[in-house]
Ligand binder design. Structure first.
Ligand code: GLY
Ligand code: MN
Ligand code: MN
Length: 487
């Protein structure tokens, strides 16, 4: 007994000691973006930045989920893109021109990170710290956040200070002098930023989205590898759900099956709240409650995207939960499918993006008119109320500026028709909601459909639904408490 206690104490000490020196963890994914990628992105930004300027990037704030529990932290994609740093309470400076510190060191970027703290790390997770940032992220000028206060940077020297919108609702924790609140306050103070900086041309928070949009809308080979994986994983989720779906399943259960498959393949997160809407619920474009207890035999709209190492897919499949499309469902589905095909035909480097949007809209307008669902093509927006397409990447609605498609852009093509109950058309169309969303990589002469792993046509979907699933035998016992009905 005595020995065991001593042993335990020794082990605790050892683990604390090794904790402080940050032992290398075993069995981690090996395909994270390399530090050279982030360095390359900083270099590319520097090329675009105006003369004598500095770009300032802050981490996203943490947000309260409940009392002392935070929402799962998600880094600001710009911070991740330009540094690889994934932790909160941090800040990155990127200088157009090389700077020299008082000791004569040259540098063109500086990163301020969370200080290592054994106690905090035991509760909320490992921190990279200054040494980790230098080694793993390859940023020699890495400092603790608390060092920014005395960091010798004279913002008055810059002709342009470029930054994104600053969060306005941060509360100060007076016991922590290195949190995001302080970094932003010190930045404003050091830069002598006026309250209304929009009138001072030196402070530019419009250029930030312009410059980063130009970079982020074109994916590098490293980004494409991760995006391909995110999209393929999302398709595997769609396929497995198609095979296992039954009318007595709930929307939540189906969401869980998608997200289980994502995690099985190593995708850490979803890129947006999973949308699983049966019947009428499919008419709510971003329906995320997923509370219907039985999906029944109606159409089931599933817009679910895995996020893999920061990059998110955005894939929607609409399937008949009972196995077969009804006659009306087939008509609406085929219209959406044809609209998507019309758009696909126009995708290639140099094409006008809005032409694809118009082509899809025309197909839907003609179809709805032909079936008497609208009386005039101008009414198409009633049942197709959103756009066709957006970039995907580190954000599900990723940044970009170009109205012309370019090679190595990755965009969605997602027409839809939604006919809510009570619509001004024959009742037989009511509660039919169809969206088909695919992710396309623009190439020199066309596109590559990254989401081709999941079936799209009526026949192929019905065939997939008829297949057996590895999850068919995954049956759990009913809950004991379910026997007591209500209160
Ligand atoms: N999942 C959101 C969208 O399709 O844009
Ligand atoms: Mn989308
Ligand atoms: Mn979507």
């Amino acid at each position: 007994m005595f020995n065991t206690i001593i042993m335990r104490k020794l082990l605790t000490l050892l683990s604390l000691g090794s904790f402080l020196v940050c032992t290398a963890q075993a069995d981690l994914p090996t395909d994270y973006l390399p530090k050279e990628f982030h360095a390359g992105r900083r270099a590319a930004l520097r090329q675009l930045m105006p003369a004598n300027s500095v770009t300032v990037v802050f981490a996203y704030p943490t947000r309260t989920f409940s009392n002392d529990v935070d929402y799962l932290y998600h880094q600001n994609p710009d911070m991740y893109y330009f540094s690889g740093y994934k932790e909160p309470q941090s800040m990155l400076l990127i200088f157009k021109d090389e700077q020299t510190d008082s000791a004569g060191h040259k540098y063109s970027e500086a990163l301020f990170v969370q200080k290592r703290n054994a106690q905090a790390e035991q509760w909320t997770g490992r921190r990279l710290g200054v040494e980790g940032a230098k080694e793993k992220l390859g940023i020699p000028m890495s400092f603790n956040g608390e060092d920014f206060k005395n960091f010798n940077v004279d913002f008055a020297r810059f002709d342009k200070i470029i930054f994104d919108r600053l969060p306005a609702d941060l509360a100060d924790n007076p016991r922590d002098k290195a949190e995001l609140f302080d970094l932003i306050a010190q930045f404003k103070q050091k830069a002598a930023m006026p309250e209304d900086y929009s009138k001072d041309p030196r402070f530019d928070n419009r250029a930030f989205r312009q410059l980063t949009g130009t970079l982020r809308e074109i994916k590098t080979p490293e980004e494409l590898t991760l995006l391909r994986k995110a999209v393929e994983i999302s398709c595997q989720g769609q396929n497995e759900v198609m095979k296992v779906v039954r009318p007595d399943m709930s929307e939540l259960e189906i969401q869980g099956l998608h997200e289980y498959v994502h995690k099985k393949y190593g995708a850490e997160e979803v890129g947006y709240g999973s949308i699983v809407g049966a019947g009428e619920n499919g008419c709510v474009l971003h329906y995320m409650e997923n509370t219907k207890t039985k999906v029944g035999t109606s159409l089931l709209l599933m817009d679910v995207g895995a996020e893999y190492h920061g990059y998110t897919a955005d894939v929607t499949r609409t399937i008949p939960a009972g196995g077969k499309f009804s006659a009306e469902e087939k008509i609406i589905y085929q219209l959406v499918y044809d609209a998507q095909e019309a758009a696909f035909k126009l995708l290639k480097d140099g094409a006008k993006w809005s032409d694809a949007g118009q082509a899809a809209k025309d197909v839907i307008a003609e179809g709805l008119l032909k079936h008497g669902i609208i009386k005039n093509k101008n009414e198409v927006g009633r049942y197709y109320p959103h756009g066709l397409s957006h970039h995907i990447g580190l954000d599900v609605h990723d940044r970009g500026n170009s109205p012309v498609l370019k090679k190595d852009m990755v965009i969605t093509i997602e027409p839809g028709i939604y006919i809510p109950e009570g619509s001004d058309c024959d009742k037989k169309w009511w509660s039919i909601a169809v969206r088909i969303e695919d992710d396309a990589l623009i190439t020199q002469n066309g596109y590559e459909l990254l989401s081709s792993f999941a079936p799209r046509s009526i026949e192929a979907i019905e065939k997939m639904i008829a297949q057996k699933s590895a999850l068919d035998d995954f049956k759990l016992p009913p809950l004991k408490s379910a026997e007591k009905k209500g209160f």
